[in-house]
Ligand binder design. Structure first.
Ligand code: PLA
Length: 449
């Protein structure tokens, strides 16, 4: 066997993935022959990776990289959606600290591997949290839930499962959407298309466009839906619009894949924010849900999340789960235990759950109060334009309407860091920093109209 290439020749699917990966890395196809033939310096000749092109930073996480390099005392990071206190500090919830303390004090706890699908209690409780404690789908064992690496990992495992086992390989994602969606689903081997979602002139939902695009999607296509607090627009359908979307999707057998990264952050209430998902589950049809505890429990770096697949029978659900294990095992074998143990403890204990909902509501309320403060600050400066969308939009972000030139100006002159699409993380603002942001926006829109 030595010296033989054991791998089979690349399949068309492999070649497609490589092409996507190259594209995402920011490099076009690489001509290996011309590299081998071209004269190179002695040191460069030594590397077998000479052809590797420097990739651009991630459009969201790269903002933090740039922010960290800035020495200015007034710098402000409104890029990544991470909650900050009024003092501008990251927050670990009291209830999370308490749960961690109890875990540490319990000497009977060990660090064995979890099963491939993760912590059983965590999975059951996560399904109930998103689908409702009295959900018939949960009671009838029609839901399979697997613990995954936060929201991203849950989306990726769901995407890989669909690419292997679902007859339709096209997924529709909203335009715009969280930037990682395209990459997650594309690299899993699905063909990604967009549906109209946002109307720049009204800064609201393009409901007509959405209905038209989903209405002309091929039967069976997968549709990615943000459960609440749409990222980056902060614009959600109304309950009546959700009902129309549901009817249209079910009539065309479109498969809903919900991304729930902000349960509790939109309204401050966990049940209200889960309502769109529960509407789809209540009709008895299939549904995918990716849940993240990054934001609502502040467990960002612990990477805790879950993928639930609602099926039509318990038998199908258990077969689906057996295949999810085959997806997960060669990816990361099994998920980490610590974060899921914290979540399970909080969801299981009545008092801790109650304490969590209060802390969650306080985070949501602080974000809402920042919206009002920023709106008032722009109004008092007489900043040109209608800024009412700041108070109308929902969740962690405001989609300001600032263009990339204005964003670049604010970063250069005011040391304010945000994504180039004009999205700001309201959770990163405080009463102290609102005037600085308002000054920057005012200067940007008056100088670079
Ligand atoms: N889905 C949506 C809609 C998100 O906004 C995010 C995170 C995730 C999934 C994934 O979160 P998780 O894997 O950490 O659970 N979006 C952030 C961070 C907050 C990021 O880009 O990774 C954002 O700033 O948009």
């Amino acid at each position: 066997m030595h010296g033989r290439d054991a791998s089979p020749p690349p399949s068309p699917a492999d070649r497609r993935l490589t092409a996507i990966a190259r594209h995402l890395e920011g490099s076009s196809a690489v001509d290996m022959d011309s590299i081998a033939a071209s004269p190179t310096s002695a040191s460069a000749r030594n590397s077998v990776f000479d052809h590797v092109v420097r990739a651009p930073e991630d459009p969201i996480l790269g903002v933090t990289v740039a922010y960290n390099k800035d020495a200015s005392p007034v710098k402000l990071n409104l890029g990544v959606g991470a909650y900050r206190t009024e003092e501008g500090k990251p927050l670990v919830l009291n209830v999370v600290r308490r749960a961690e303390q109890m875990l540490v004090n319990n000497s009977s706890r060990v660090k064995e591997y979890l099963p491939i699908v993760g912590l059983a209690d965590f999975n059951k409780l996560s399904a109930k949290l998103i689908l409702g404690a009295d959900s018939p789908a949960v009671q009838e064992n029609r839901v399979t839930t697997v613990q995954c690496l936060s929201g991203t990992g849950s989306l990726r495992v769901g995407a890989e499962f669909l690419a292997r086992h679902y007859h339709q390989r096209t997924i529709y994602i909203p335009q715009p959407t969280w930037g990682n969606h395209l990459k997650i689903f594309g690299l899993a081997g699905l063909s990604v298309k967009t549906y109209r979602y946002f109307c720049p002139s009204t800064r609201g939902l393009n409901f007509q466009g959405l209905l038209e695009d989903l209405g002309s999607a091929p039967s069976g296509a997968i549709v990615l839906l943000h459960a609440c607090a749409h990222n980056p627009t902060g614009v959600d359908p109304t309950p009546q619009q959700w009902e129309q979307i549901r009817q249209l999707m079910r009539s065309k057998a479109l498969l809903p894949f919900f991304d729930s990264a902000y349960q509790g952050f939109a309204s401050g209430n966990l049940d209200i924010d889960a309502q769109p998902i529960r509407m789809f589950v209540a009709d008895g049809g299939e549904c995918f849900v990716a849940q993240s505890y990054a934001k609502n429990m502040g467990l960002y770096g612990e990477r805790v999340g879950a993928l639930s697949i609602v099926c039509r029978s318990a038998d199908v659900a258990s077969r689906v789960e057996s295949q999810l294990k085959l997806v997960i095992r060669p990816m990361y074998s099994n998920p980490p235990i610590h974060g899921a143990s914290i979540v399970a403890m909080i969801l299981k204990d009545r008092n801790m759950f109650q304490e969590w909902t209060i802390e969650l509501k306080a985070m949501a309320d602080r974000i809402i109060s920042m919206r009002q403060k920023l709106f008032d600050a722009l109004r008092s400066r007489g900043t040109p334009g209608d800024w009412s969308h700041i108070i109308k939009q929902i969740g962690m972000f405001t989609f300001t309407g600032l263009n990339s030139e204005q964003v670049a100006f604010m970063t250069k002159e005011y040391h304010i860091y945000m994504t180039s699409d004009g999205r700001i993380s309201m959770a990163g603002l405080s009463s102290r920093t609102v005037p600085h942001l308002a000054d920057a926006i005012h200067a940007a829109v008056t100088r670079l109209a």
